[in-house]
Design a protein around this ligand. Structure first.
Ligand SMILES: Cc1cc2nc3c(=O)[nH]c(=O)nc-3n(C[C@H](O)[C@H](O)[C@H](O)COP(=O)(O)O)c2cc1C
Length: 367
């Protein structure tokens, strides 16, 4: 059985699947639920100096297996959240990381209270409402660094324009990065009633879930490429294979929010056991062994000479015609129930390969 334990800033996690800040960890009951669901570590819902007051509805389903939400941070006061965290800590036997937000002054007020009253393993701070400029983001990191001895993790928002520069400069203050927060603002509504799905000002909100997974992968890759502090990947993890992608682009662990809202607390243990199964099946003995494999793989990646052309493995082609319908370039046709390529029309885009359910298509260099 593969070793699932991971160590981040010296903190041991029984597996690399953590909670992400959200309603899935809004109070002690939910944090204990996550622990019982097999989570490797708990990051709590973001608390700030003032409780949030969010207009309802706050969480809705949208396209691409996504969620939209207009939750800001916890509606509990600091005192109430501390009480919940202390209660949870008594019952959970995994590391506890407290999420806080937002300004430098907030950090100075929140961190000493949390460190003293809760004694968590680390503090994560959300940059979601701090803006896009690097200087204010660094000021928050610096303020938190000056306010606690605990390891601190900076949670990055996907809208931050120069993520690599931010990661390099912030690594002077923080012990790790978490990427990403939800994406947006976004909008969705009902075309019959014109009702926005969310209760915010004009229905705007934040997108999370499977729809943002590729954005998160790119950002984790970027952060892990330019500095050496650990990165925790979050955005769209629903399955072991999603988590494995994050680990391969350089993440030390993953977090889950939307899938826990959708499927319940058992999702953490399910994703962890799917990772373990995959590692076992592929002959890896630990999570650590697959970290950064994508980066390694990139070095050996196939580079085509000029424009490649699609090849059809006729033994595997079932004549389903999906590839022909998908080709925008008129480069495929059916001949006797087998897909054939017109090389001069094929621009090597690769899309038909993804439409084929039978692994019958792949790109090759032109003869
Ligand atoms: C309803 C909801 C509330 C959230 N609240 C917070 C929060 O309080 N603090 C925070 O840093 N992120 C918050 N997030 C963002 C998640 O922690 C996570 O970064 C994002 O949703 C992407 O992960 P996912 O696709 O697994 O949900 C929230 C997300 C959702 C859906």
């Amino acid at each position: 059985m593969a070793d699932m334990e991971v160590k981040i800033n010296g903190i041991k996690f029984r597996n690399p699947v953590l909670t992400a800040a959200g309603p899935n960890v809004m109070d002690a009951k939910h944090m204990i639920g996550a622990f019982n669901g097999g989570v490797g570590g708990i990051v709590s819902k973001t608390v700030s100096v003032k409780p949030a007051r969010d207009r309802r509805p706050t969480i809705r389903k949208t396209v691409c297996r996504g969620l939209v939400n207009c939750e800001t941070w916890s509606e509990l006061s600091l005192e109430e959240m501390v009480e919940e965290l202390v209660k949870a800590k008594e019952k959970i036997d995994v590391p506890l990381i407290v999420s806080v937000g937002y300004t430098p002054l907030d950090m100075k007020k929140l961190a000493p209270v949390i460190e003293k009253e809760v004694q968590p393993d680390a503090i994560e701070f959300s940059t979601h409402y701090v803006g896009k400029d690097i200087e204010p983001l660094l000021a928050v990191a610096k303020a938190l660094r000056e306010s606690t001895e605990l390891p601190i993790w900076m949670k990055i928002s996907p809208n931050t324009p120069n993520i690599e520069r931010l990661a390099v400069e912030a690594s002077a203050y923080v012990d790790g990065f978490v990427a990403i927060n939800s994406f947006g603002p976004v909008l969705d509504f009902d075309i019959e009633t014109f009702e926005p799905v969310l209760g915010s000002e004009y229905g705007q909100g934040w997108l999370s879930g499977q729809a943002i997974l590729p954005i998160a992968l790119r950002i984790v890759y970027q952060i892990a490429s330019v500095q050496s502090k650990p990165v925790i990947g979050v955005g769209g993890v629903e399955k072991g294979k999603d988590a494995i992608k994050f680990l391969m682009v350089g993440a030390s662990a993953v977090q889950i929010c939307s899938a826990a809202i959708r499927y319940g607390h058992s999702i953490y243990g399910k994703v962890a056991s799917e990772i373990e199964k995959w590692l076992d099946e592929h002959g890896y003995s630990s999570v650590e062994e697959i970290r950064n494999l994508y980066r390694e793989g990139l070095k050996k990646r196939r580079i085509y000479e000029g424009v490649p052309v699609m090849f059809v493995d006729e033994e595997k082609c079932t004549g389903c015609t999906l590839c022909v319908r998908a080709c925008m370039h008129g480069a495929l046709y059916m001949d006797n129930k087998i897909a054939k390529v017109i090389p001069e029309n094929c621009i090597g885009c690769g899309y038909c390969q993804d439409m084929c359910n039978f692994d019958a298509m792949y790109l090759i260099d032109r003869q």
